[in-house]
Design a protein around this ligand. Structure first.
Ligand SMILES: *[C@@H]1O[C@H](CO)[C@@H](O)[C@H](O)[C@H]1NC(C)=O
Ligand SMILES: *[C@@H]1O[C@H](CO)[C@@H](O)[C@H](O)[C@H]1NC(C)=O
Ligand SMILES: *[C@@H]1O[C@H](CO)[C@@H](O)[C@H](O)[C@H]1NC(C)=O
Ligand SMILES: *[C@@H]1O[C@H](CO)[C@@H](O)[C@H](O)[C@H]1NC(C)=O
Ligand SMILES: *[C@@H]1O[C@H](CO)[C@@H](O)[C@H](O)[C@H]1NC(C)=O
Ligand SMILES: *[C@@H]1O[C@H](CO)[C@@H](O)[C@H](O)[C@H]1NC(C)=O
Ligand SMILES: *[C@@H]1O[C@H](CO)[C@@H](O)[C@H](O)[C@H]1NC(C)=O
Ligand SMILES: *[C@@H]1O[C@H](CO)[C@@H](O)[C@H](O)[C@H]1NC(C)=O
Ligand SMILES: *[C@@H]1O[C@H](CO)[C@@H](O)[C@H](O)[C@H]1NC(C)=O
Ligand SMILES: *[C@@H]1O[C@H](CO)[C@@H](O)[C@H](O)[C@H]1NC(C)=O
Ligand SMILES: CC(=O)N[C@H]1CO[C@H](CO)[C@@H](O)[C@@H]1O
Length: 330
């Protein structure tokens, strides 16, 4: 259409002003008529020079920056069926993002570590569509690739009020018609820990009520867990001592420390003779008992990471020996 009408205009101006030089406007028009394709190419090149960097440089940067600004929270972490080198994980992560950008993330492998420490495993994060408060559930068997790093992680879980868990991976994400882009996902979530089991108590301990298993005491243990983490502690043995003198052991079978208040039965083997020998030092027969982890055994295998984490913790409780003996005298 443009090329159809242009020749007529040139003809008319050519006829009307033969002696004069062509006007500036008509020279420009003639130039464009002849060289329009050069201008079109220049325009396309300019557009590509602007658009390509935006799509291939700016967009990945924007995507990375939005991933950087997102938050990660853990709303549930259930460890179960542990062995010395693996366990089953069922964890729910919550992503926080204020962006209007809601890309699809492809499934990716993520290294999990205590912030600042070595990764103890890799988990496969499933694909998800990102938006604010999206829940990402990771449910899989986890193989430990660094057992000492996992022991440090378990110590942090049990001892801290709050610890930092790092998740690191290189997911591919895709938003609408834009090309896929790879980002670095390096997030540290603040997760509540068991805070040294603070509030732990030996309740209703009564000595002299031994069962057929060779123990001579039984009672109840109170284990508060303010975190969202479930820990399988298996068949747990705890050492009891008073002023560094061993007085016996506590046994808790099939212990699973759930979030919230855990009240579980226990048995104990207490050396009445050792206790009797020290009573004169403690007015009112209230003895300060130190409790520390001895071993955690699951399906006949010692779980070193739980054992070591509990061995690193010493709990103290006041034991009323008169009450524990229920009136019977030593
Ligand atoms: C994302 O965060 C990393 C490290 O925290 C930083 O090196 C990088 O420059 C950030 N990228 C963008 C696009 O903000
Ligand atoms: C894992 O957690 C999810 C979400 O809380 C739950 O729906 C699912 O049943 C759990 N799986 C197992 C095996 O308990
Ligand atoms: C974990 O290890 C077992 C055997 O060692 C293997 O069969 C399984 O595929 C591994 N799982 C993962 C997620 O790597
Ligand atoms: C992740 O970020 C933290 C702090 O921003 C940094 O110390 C750490 O080295 C990063 N991790 C990796 C694997 O780059
Ligand atoms: C309880 O202690 C006694 C004496 O120390 C010991 O002989 C016995 O084997 C212990 N029983 C258990 C179940 O540990
Ligand atoms: C604790 O043991 C130390 C020596 O090991 C002793 O000097 C101290 O008197 C003991 N304390 C009590 C309250 O028995
Ligand atoms: C746990 O017990 C404490 C007091 O011992 C109580 O204040 C708290 O509400 C209980 N928590 C749950 C989840 O039952
Ligand atoms: C665990 O208990 C056994 C006795 O049952 C004892 O020989 C051993 O020294 C204890 N280990 C620790 C680390 O307390
Ligand atoms: C704990 O010990 C009891 C008795 O020995 C056994 O039946 C049970 O399977 C053990 N539990 C675990 C989790 O290993
Ligand atoms: C210890 O227990 C005895 C017997 O149950 C009780 O009379 C006494 O008041 C208790 N002592 C303390 C300090 O609770
Ligand atoms: C939903 C939620 O609890 N979001 C929190 C996750 O953690 C960040 C800090 O890392 C908080 O700022 C969010 O409020």
């Amino acid at each position: 259409m443009v090329s159809d009408s242009k020749p007529e205009v040139t003809e008319i101006s050519g006829m009307g002003a033969t002696p004069a030089r062509p006007s500036f406007g008509s020279r420009v028009a003639a130039h464009f008529k002849r060289w329009w394709w050069v201008h079109l190419i220049i325009l396309i090149v300019v557009i590509l020079v602007i658009v390509l960097p935006v799509v291939y440089v700016g967009y990945p940067n924007i995507a990375q920056s939005l991933v950087n600004k997102s938050t990660l929270n853990v709303s549930k972490m259930v460890m179960s069926d542990p062995s010395p080198s693996s366990f089953t994980l069922n964890q729910t992560n919550v992503i926080g993002t204020k962006a209007a950008f809601h890309p699809d993330f492809k499934s990716f492998s993520a290294a999990i570590s205590l912030a600042g420490g070595a990764a103890f495993t890799h988990v496969q994060v499933p694909k998800f569509h990102s938006r604010n408060n999206v829940n990402i559930n990771i449910e899989q068997r986890v193989n430990l690739t660094d057992e000492s790093a996992f022991t440090e992680f378990c110590k942090a879980v049990i001892q801290s009020e709050e610890f930092e868990m790092n998740v690191y991976g290189k997911p591919t994400l895709k938003e609408g018609a834009l090309p896929s882009t790879d980002v670095t996902y390096n997030k540290t979530a603040k997760v509540k820990g068991l805070n040294k089991l603070s509030g732990f108590d030996l309740v209703d301990l009564s000595i002299g009520t031994g069962g057929s298993d060779g123990t001579n005491a039984k009672g109840t243990v109170y284990l508060p867990n303010p975190s969202v983490i479930t820990i399988p502690a298996g068949n747990l043995t705890l050492d009891l001592s008073v002023n560094k003198t061993a007085i016996g052991q506590v046994f808790i079978n099939n212990l699973i420390i759930h979030p919230g208040n855990n009240t579980v039965p226990m048995t104990a083997n207490i050396s009445e003779l050792t206790v009797a020998g020290m009573l004169s030092s403690y007015p009112g027969f209230i003895i300060p008992v130190d409790i520390t982890g001895n071993s955690s055994v699951y399906n006949g295998q010692v779980l070193p990471y739980i054992t070591d984490a509990l061995a690193s913790l010493t709990l103290t409780t006041q034991l009323n020996v008169s009450k524990a003996l229920g009136g019977s005298s030593l």
